[in-house]
Every structure is written in structure tokens, then in C-alpha cells.
Design a binder for this molecule. Structure first.
Ligand code: NCD
Ligand code: ZN
Length: 354
């Protein structure tokens, strides 16, 4: 049996949801990842430091209920940047332990109806994030643009922000295009004398999927997420970035569970529930591209360094059990329904254990 022991990974983009759903999905993240950056697009949203403190407490309580290896899981908290966010809210949130603000342009994804309509009015907020050292996480899509072009059009704003706020650390979340990969690399050279301030997260599913896997043959709602998977050449650029050892690219799973009936319907929700298979899928992709030696840095080092956090102490083991490959369940039962995980019903050749 082949095995690979790596430092315990971090997930720098996850949707842990609330209530029963939180309790049902949290173990998939908390049993493997040392820390996870928890997205604030709950209902109601996480808008202030106090909201984040309350949400963190709920997550920690759920982790205690989930048992042994989830107990030392550390949620990293975010607030949502909306039109009413003020510089004072930023300072107060930072003081309460919030490490990032997440910006969703209006209507671009799940629960983003309250997103700002323009970025300029938020410049005082970005200014304060820069001086407080709070990271700005960007859902990099422009609403209203043709869906395959939404990310590329957003890159103009990214470049502008990188010039105007050269010390504001920004993460372009869940990149899906070759153009976005290039833009992140280019921002390192925008402000002479200042080290590049832009990084990107990459999801496990975007390293595998293209638009064909969503709508090319049959409609596959469990592959539908924002931003939508793009062309094979885009997917290949993501794989190259993730396996390149460039510290500007690190793991954010964007695991985004929705109940099965909310996905398999006439107006289905966007989001892939990839947490139960995230490390296994990454091992497969990195192995297929002869880059297993780059996996640990992508999952367990680059993100922490960008956020200025210490590396995790513990380790996980990726195993390739010959006789018992990992059979991904068709469904995960939740209190009032079920969720279909990424790669449901397939057998994976890697298995990750603490
Ligand atoms: C996410 C969700 O459901 O919260 N959905 C998704 O398709 N990725 C929101 C997001 O990150 O866009
Ligand atoms: Zn997300």
C-alpha cells in the first residue's frame, strides 16, 4: 500500500451552513482539515464581528458534538462586505478575530442579493482592510455578463484594486479560467517594490470538470456551481497552477452543500459538496500530473503563509489501499433529506485519514 503523510491541510474557502445542515456537513471538513475559512453567506448573513463570534461558537459546538478528531478544528471567520459595511465595522471585526471580508457582487451566487452594486463606494472599507491587515476575498464574477465570461470581465476590477491598494491582500476565490490564473501571476508585477498582494484559491472539482461535465451530455446538477466550470484549456491551466508550486495558488474547496431536492429541480442551486472527497480528489489529480511532491504545499502551507498563520502541527495520511478503494456514498443522509457529494457512487484510489 502506497501512503503519503502530509501536514494537516487547511481549507481556505468552505460553506458550513447553519442548523441541522451544519451539524451534518461539518464532520467532512473538521475531521481532516485543521482550519477552514468559513464563508459568511448564511441567512441571515455574517455582517459584523459579533455575528462572526456567534457563528464561530455555533461551529465549535457542532465540532464538539462531531467527536474526537473534529474537536481541535479551528474555524477561521469572515464577514460579508455589503453596501452598508463601514470602516468601523472592519476595525471592530478585526478586533474580534475576523481575518477576512468576503465580497460577492450583487446576485452572482447563492445568497448574494445583498451584494454591492459597485466597488468604488467601498474604497474606504478596502482602505481600512488594508491598514488593519484584513484579507479581501473576492467572488470574481460580474453579474449580468454571459456566464462563461463573468470571471474574465471581473479581472479588470482585480487589476485596478491591486494597483489602488497595493498592500491589501486579496484572494480571487475559486478561479476557473486560464485568464484568471494569468491575472493573479501578473499582479505580482503591478506595483514596483511591493510584493504581489493577490492570490487565488482553486477547488478540487474545478481541477477535474469542464462545462461538458455540467451540460455537455446529460444535465448534471451536482456539477453545477459558481463560477461554472469552463473549457478544457481553462481546466488545464488550473491544474498547472495548482501543481506548479507557485505559492499564490492554494486550496479552497468551496464545498457548498445543498439538499438534493434543491439541486435536482427546475431552478437548481449552485454548489458542489466536495468536502467528503477533497483530499482524495487532489491526491488523484496531483498523482496523475506527476506532482504528488507539490500537494502538501498546496494544501497545507501556501494558504497559511498568505494569511500570515502558523502552519498546522498535526498530519494526515493519504493511503492507496489496494484491496479497498474509497467507495464514495451515493448520498449523505441529513435530517430532512440528503446531499449528493462530488464523485458520488465512484470508487477513488486514495483515502485520507487523520
Ligand atoms: C456557493 C454556495 O452555495 O454558497 N455556491 C457555489 O456555487 N460555489 C457560493 C459561492 O461560493 O459562489
Ligand atoms: Zn463559495
Amino acid at each position: 500500500m502506497t501512503s503519503l503523510r502530509i501536514r494537516r491541510p487547511d481549507d481556505f474557502h468552505v460553506h458550513l451552513r447553519q442548523g441541522d445542515m451544519l451539524r451534518d456537513v461539518l464532520p467532512s471538513t473538521a475531521m481532516i482539515f485543521g482550519r477552514a475559512l468559513v464563508m459568511p453567506n448564511t441567512l441571515p448573513p455574517v455582517l459584523t464581528g459579533d455575528d462572526a463570534v456567534r457563528y464561530e461558537r455555533t461551529i465549535r459546538d457542532a465540532a464538539v458534538m462531531a467527536g474526537a478528531s473534529a474537536v481541535d478544528f479551528q474555524p477561521l471567520m469572515t464577514i460579508k462586505i455589503v453596501a452598508s459595511t463601514t470602516p468601523e465595522i472592519i476595525t471592530e471585526a478585526k478586533a474580534k478575530g475576523v481575518i477576512a471580508g468576503k465580497l460577492y457582487p450583487e446576485g452572482v451566487t447563492t445568497n448574494s442579493e445583498d451584494g454591492p452594486k459597485n466597488l468604488r463606494s467601498l474604497f474606504p472599507v478596502f482602505e481600512r482592510m488594508q491598514s488593519e491587515g484584513m484579507v479581501l476575498c473576492l467572488h470574481g464574477e460580474v453579474p449580468g455578463v454571459f456566464c462563461m465570461d463573468r470571471e474574465e470581465v471581473f479581472l479588470h476590477s482585480l487589476r485596478d484594486l491591486a494597483v489602488i491598494f497595493p498592500r491589501l491582500r486579496m484572494v480571487l476565490e475559486h478561479v476557473t479560467t486560464a485568464a484568471a490564473v494569468q491575472a493573479v501571476m501578473d499582479t505580482s508585477f503591478l506595483s514596483p517594490g511591493v510584493p504581489g498582494n493577490v492570490a487565488a484559491t482553486i477547488t478540487p472539482h474545478h481541477l477535474l470538470l469542464t462545462l461538458d461535465d455540467v451540460v455537455g451530455d446529460k444535465l448534471r446538477p451536482h456539477h453545477f456551481c459558481k463560477p461554472i466550470a469552463k473549457k478544457p484549456s481553462d481546466r488545464d491551466a488550473l491544474v498547472r497552477a495548482a501543481t506548479s508550486g507557485n505559492p499564490r495558488f492554494f486550496l479552497g474547496t468551496d464545498s457548498a452543500p445543498h439538499a438534493r431536492d434543491q439541486k435536482e429541480c427546475a431552478s437548481g442551486c449552485a454548489g458542489v459538496f466536495c468536502a467528503p472527497v477533497a483530499m482524495e480528489v487532489l491526491a488523484e489529480v496531483f498523482e496523475d500530473h506527476h506532482a504528488l511532491d507539490k500537494l502538501e504545499a498546496f494544501t497545507s502551507e501556501f494558504g497559511a503563509r498568505f494569511y500570515g498563520l502558523p502552519l498546522n502541527e498535526g498530519h494526515v495520511t493519504l493511503m492507496k489501499p489496494k484491496d479497498s478503494p474509497y467507495a464514495v456514498p451515493e448520498r449523505i443522509h441529513i435530517v430532512d433529506g440528503e446531499i449528493v457529494p462530488f464523485r458520488a457512487g465512484e470508487t477513488l484510489r486514495w483515502l485520507c485519514e487523520v
